[in-house]
Design a protein around this ligand. Structure first.
Ligand code: BTN
Length: 323
């Protein structure tokens, strides 16, 4: 968004402001202020002219960077697109142009990507977001950013009243029965992509696909949405704002991410079956270790798994598996 328009909105967030005051603050003419206010109205902001000055009475629906930024200063520059093939793809293009600290948000995606080269279903109402960073970390630390995104998503979902948890490595699910641990429906998927030198990440894109304002009937059987878990309306702009703030908070203290992940995980302590590229490992999920690997007690020792598909087993399934 135009920098002057953004500063006018910032001023109006604090309360009514007159045309002359806004003009003086932005060092522009009153006529220019009026033009910017008109442009903001065109973008969906309701701005009344009152005796005390201009007052914002309503903000636009999800559908612009202004809608996402209003009322907060996001830690990343927001780029909003009504439609993209994939927010990760767009973020990668921006990375190739040298950009950083950008959150790419799409109203809809036509070709979104999932983990392990799978496609990802992204119906209208989803929050589709990719954050482009250039962290001063070695490539081996990239998985920590994925864990941070999972922690942030769980916290945002819980703040809305949805009882979310993390299934290793980075699926955010709503467990069917949190005490039992198995079962559950996927609420969010995370795909991290990066390019790096030997000792330093050159760019990293963390893509978050959250089923937000979506009817569960539009989703696969094993998936759920924020809308299915709460009674009130789902405000995607507010969700994006909250996700960006929570993610930023997590990555400013990356050393605590494993503990934060442990606190929110339903995998640890569970009997699991993990399919890797080469192997199937069955046992009890004991712990997560740097930089996000799962330790599984197979009965014959501890196996450390770096990537794979993890299934939580019912106790009986495990016995069947071992027989
Ligand atoms: C998974 O397979 O669980 C990960 C799915 C990640 C999907 C998100 S949606 C936003 C971003 N853009 C993409 O193309 N993929 C990720």
């Amino acid at each position: 968004m135009n920098r002057t328009r953004r500063s006018i909105l910032r001023a109006l967030e604090a309360g009514p402001a007159s045309g002359p005051d806004l003009a003086a603050a932005a060092d522009i003419s009153r006529a220019a202020v009026w033009k910017h206010v008109e442009a903001l109205r065109q973008q969906g902001f309701s701005i009344d002219s009152t005796a005390d000055g201009y007052v914002v009475t309503d903000t636009p629906e999800y559908g612009s960077a202004a809608a996402i930024e209003y009322g907060r200063t996001p830690p990343y520059q927001v780029r909003y697109y009504d439609e993209l093939s994939s927010t990760n793809e767009r973020a990668r293009e921006l990375a190739a142009e040298g950009a950083e600290n950008i959150a790419v948000v799409a109203g809809r995606q036509t070709n979104s990507r999932g983990r392990l080269d799978r496609s990802w279903k992204s119906p209208d109402g989803a929050v589709s977001l990719s954050i482009l960073l250039r962290p001063d970390r070695p490539p081996a630390h990239a998985p920590l950013f994925t864990l941070a995104a999972a922690v942030a998503t769980v916290d945002v979902a819980r703040s809305l009243g949805v009882d979310a948890a993390i299934k290793w490595p980075n699926d955010v699910i709503v467990p069917e029965n949190p005490d039992a641990g198995y079962g559950g429906r996927k609420l969010c998927g995370i795909l991290t992509e990066m390019e790096g030198e030997a000792d330093r990440i050159s760019w990293l894109v963390v893509g978050i696909g959250l089923n937000a304002d979506i009817d569960a009937a539009e989703l696969p059987d094993n998936a759920t949405s924020i809308r299915s878990g709460i009674d009130g309306p789902v405000d995607r702009a507010e969700i994006v704002q909250a996700l960006l703030a929570a993610f930023d908070q997590q990555i400013t203290d990356l050393d605590s991410v494993l503990d934060a992940w442990r606190d929110r995980s339903v995998t640890l302590g569970m009997p699991v079956r993990v399919e890797t590229h080469t192997d199937t490992i069955t046992g009890i999920a004991e712990d997560i270790v740097m930089p996000g690997a799962l330790q599984v007690d197979t009965g014959d020792g501890i196996e450390t798994v770096h990537a794979g598909d993890c299934e939580h087993l019912r106790p009986n399934d495990r016995h069947k598996d071992n027989s």
